[in-house]
Design a protein around this ligand. Structure first.
Ligand SMILES: [Zn+2]
Length: 137
């Protein structure tokens, strides 16, 4: 029996990457959320549809023989998570420095610029694209 399972899984992707672990956790959370949603409502229908979709996607990835494509999915997901974490950290830093600094978005390149507060009207210069603009701090 065990040997048959090993032979069945040979050449298949398996379920042990970041994307699949996340899919499992999200499915689990949604299943728990379903307990608190009344039955036979649109919300419960949407929830259970999402749960099924996630379970099917999880199983598909686990049994897939296209391991290259599955690892690329995981790689992209990993990059997305890192980018989101960096963005959250950026907003947290902005929040923590809100009393001492003022933040502007560069009209040229959309980069976030930080200037000390309480300097009156100043010219802000973007180091990334060279754009300058007036701002009040
Ligand atoms: Zn700029």
């Amino acid at each position: 029996m065990r040997e048959r399972f090993v032979r069945f899984m040979a050449g298949r992707y398996g379920g042990n990457d970041l994307l699949n672990k996340t899919l499992l956790v999200v499915t689990f959370i949604l299943l728990i959320a379903q307990i608190f949603v009344p039955n036979n409502t649109i919300a419960s229908l949407v929830l259970s549809t999402i749960c099924w979709a996630l379970i099917i996607f999880y199983t598909f990835r686990m049994l897939s023989k296209n391991t290259y494509k599955r690892s690329m999915e995981n790689y992209k997901f990993h990059n997305f998570v890192q980018k989101t974490k960096r963005m959250a950290k950026g907003y947290q830093d902005m929040f923590n420095q809100r009393k001492t600094h003022k933040f502007f978005r560069c009209p040229g390149c959309k980069n976030i610029l930080r200037v000390p507060k309480g300097k009156g009207k100043i010219k802000v210069h973007c180091r990334q694209c060279g754009h300058s603009f007036d701002a009040r701090t």
